[in-house]
Design a protein around this ligand. Structure first.
Ligand code: ZN
Length: 313
């Protein structure tokens, strides 16, 4: 993936709350359920916390949300200025932090056009993309680095501990490294934001199992990530220039490998050695790849309807 060096970046929605947990930050270590093995524990936590975050935010709080949409007043965390240097696509080519800004910009520009074109839903950008290290407060409660990247529907913010990729995805789950892994994850989380705007999140009733609503919601977010990937290189900035100058087959293969590595069956196998479909919350590796590819080849919201088919696995 290469960014147009002349494209201007917009850092207004991207911030970094820095590191907490050192001195008086009050980082909460979540107890490892049912084991002391770090490997198993972290993966287990990943699954459990993602589940908790989803059920808390989607099931619990969403009914009390104001009708006007996101409560962005609940955005938390100060800004360390980590992204202030990110001004152009050339910066994004040279620096992973700036690449994160560029990907956020591309996702926002893409959905700003695609959503009203393909639905009656009015577009609103995410409340923010917030990176942190250690722990952070969020509109959905406190999060630690072990939570994994997530979207909080209450404040509309994507939270990301940037050590996740190396420590959890590659370290614990034997997932891929590569420059397009993080864009896939960001595009997936942005997909949850689109679902939030469209009201899809509030339709989730069943939380676990291979064809549960929770799994359908996750697979749809993968499909939305594929929609963006297909159109990323034809998405322009406000100045009318393309921001991403083309994705390679290798980029797409990295996204597919990343989707595969976060399948529930794969995570269960890596962390507990056993696969139990009834506990699935995100979908199998095969289904995650399939729905990313559906979004990538079809490129429409309609093709990403994961709620209508009898089975999604
Ligand atoms: Zn998700």
């Amino acid at each position: 993936m290469r960014f147009n060096p002349k494209a201007r970046l917009d850092t207004s929605r991207v911030r970094d709350s820095g590191s907490s947990g050192g001195g008086g930050g009050g980082a909460t270590r979540i107890p490892i359920p049912g084991g002391t093995k770090a490997g198993g524990g972290i993966g287990g936590i990943l699954i459990i916390i993602l589940f908790v975050v989803l059920t808390q935010c989607v099931g619990g709080n969403s009914t009390t949300l104001p009708d006007t949409g996101l409560d962005t007043s609940r955005m938390q965390g100060s800004d360390t200025g980590r992204y202030a240097q990110c001004q152009t696509g050339a910066d994004a080519n040279a620096n992973v932090d700036c690449a994160r800004v560029a990907v956020e910009n591309s996702l926002t520009e893409y959905w700003e056009t695609a959503l009203p074109e393909q639905s009656d839903t009015q577009f609103q950008p995410i409340g923010g993309l917030q990176t942190f290290t250690g722990a952070t407060g969020t509109g959905c409660g406190d999060a630690t680095s072990q939570v994994g990247p997530f979207y909080c529907p209450v404040d509309g913010v994507i939270y990301l501990d940037t050590t996740f990729f190396e420590e959890v995805l590659q370290g614990q789950l034997n997932g891929p490294a590569g420059a397009f892994v993080e864009p896939y994850v960001l595009a997936h989380e942005y997909g949850h934001h689109i679902q939030n705007l469209m009201g899809t999140m509030s339709q989730v009733q069943t939380q676990q199992g291979p064809n549960s609503d929770a799994v359908r919601l996750e697979l749809q977010a993968d499909c939305y990530a594929g929609m963006w990937a297909k159109n990323a290189s034809s998405t322009d900035t406000d100045d009318g220039v393309p921001l991403i100058e083309g994705l390679t087959d290798e980029d797409i293969q990295q996204a597919i490998a990343a989707a595969k590595s976060v399948g529930d069956d794969r995570i269960q196998k890596e962390t507990t050695g056993r696969v139990n479909q009834e506990q699935w919350t995100h979908g199998s590796s095969a289904a995650r790849v399939k729905w990313f590819q559906t979004g990538y080849t079809e490129g429409t919201l309609d093709a990403c309807d994961t709620f209508s088919p009898a089975r999604v696995e």
